[in-house]
Design a binder for this molecule. Structure first.
Ligand SMILES: *Cc1c(COP(=O)(O)O)cnc(C)c1O
Length: 368
């Protein structure tokens, strides 16, 4: 048996007609740039998050960049985030001109450790950028409390967490701006790159709207230097067609995760993902900690079980960030997670025999 890490074809086969009709409309209308489907998707995603405004853009990476620019982040500023995340989180901080300042993660959730936040704040801190990694919101209440006390805005990197909630609050709605990605492997994926930033503050959303069209307002007049970062109408149409299925797909992922949880429960060597009280996890990834992780990876490859390491090298140790002056040992929980974790197939279309095979294959190695 072979089980891929993700099977986008299996999803497509369940919605082929809807998707093709949505694409056909765009092709017939030829409204490729900021067509009506982009505005329609912005309205729907804003509603999903319970916020007044959303701005479609070219990628999740750009959503982060636009968010930081809209908040006035400039060269000389610092933005706090975690080193255990996808590169784009810190890359966007750098592109906005600021210095990424890292705070280590909580080992149980892999998200920003709120206890370490205050110590990282300086007079230059312009924003706090927690990541909702793997589909679960960071522990937001203490993060928001520190941010509020210091008067620093929070930007949520919710690229992996669309539809997740914390105490009923949707991911992306808790800070000043929330950023989503429609990269194909996210829970709501387009047929290419795409992203969106949502905000509780219509003025911030308006600034991002201007920044995404070169800072043009009115057309051909520029008071800020923006970028070209629009969400393609074609992508918006595909994502709009997929949106009605999002909740069902995330519930499907939770069912697969619950199956794995049950299968691994008796095995002390495996550390399963936990969900904080009050959180709804959408399992963009189902991530375990195991002893001899690299041995398990080899075993999974031999047995045809898809897997990935998210992420093998924390950002503070990346060559491109050497100028920040970090060393091994600076963020031990991030470094440990990078050495010990593996993510397994958790897509909702996985069959019962497939998920059973994944669990058996992991257990056979760990309990050998
Ligand atoms: C996917 C992702 C991004 C970037 O999204 P893109 O759409 O690929 O640019 C940013 N942060 C995190 C945590 C992500 O997983």
């Amino acid at each position: 048996m072979k089980v891929p890490l993700l099977d986008l074809k299996a999803q497509y086969e369940t919605i082929r007609g809807e998707i093709r009709a949505a694409i056909e409309e765009v092709v017939e209308e030829q409204n490729f740039i900021l067509g009506r489907q982009v505005a329609a998707l912005e309205t729907r995603i804003a509603a999903l998050c319970g916020v007044p405004a959303a701005v479609g853009c070219a990628s999740g990476t750009d959503a982060l960049y636009l968010a930081l620019r809209a908040l006035g982040v400039r060269p000389g500023d610092e933005v706090i985030t975690v080193p255990y995340t996808f590169f784009a989180t810190a890359g966007s901080i750098h592109h906005a001109g600021a210095r990424p300042v890292f705070v280590d993660i909580e080992p149980a959730t892999y998200n920003l450790d709120p206890a370490k936040l205050e110590g990282a704040i300086t007079p230059r801190t312009k924003a706090i950028l927690p990541v909702h990694l793997f589909g679960q919101c960071a522990d937001m209440d203490p993060i928001l409390a520190v941010a509020r006390a210091k008067g620093i805005p929070v930007v949520e990197d919710a690229a992996q967490a669309i539809g997740a909630t914390a105490q009923g609050r949707p991911a992306g709605s808790m800070g000043a701006i929330g950023c989503f990605s429609f990269f194909p492997s996210k829970n709501l994926g387009g047929f290419g790159d795409g992203g969106m930033a949502v905000s509780v503050d219509p003025a911030l959303a308006e600034r991002m709207r201007v920044l995404r069209v070169h800072g043009s307002q009115p057309k051909y007049f520029h008071s800020v230097i923006g970028v070209n970062s629009r969400l393609d109408t074609l992508q918006a149409a595909v994502i709009l067609a997929k949106l009605p299925h999002l909740e069902r797909w995330s519930a499907g992922r939770r069912r697969v995760a619950a199956f794995y949880d049950g299968a691994f429960a008796g095995c002390d060597a495996i550390v399963r993902p936990i969900t904080l009280a009050g959180n709804t996890h959408i399992y963009n990834q189902y991530t375990l900690r195991v002893p001899d992780r690299d041995g398990l990876l080899k075993h999974l490859s031999e047995k045809g079980v898809g897997h990935a390491i998210y992420y093998p090298l924390p950002l503070h140790l990346q060559k491109c960030f050497a100028f920040l002056g970090h060393r091994e040992g600076d963020y031990p929980e991030s470094e440990k997670a990078a050495r010990e974790t593996v993510s397994l197939p958790v897509y909702p279309e996985i069959t019962e025999p497939q998920r059973a095979y994944v669990a058996e294959t992991v257990l056979a190695y760990v309990q050998r």
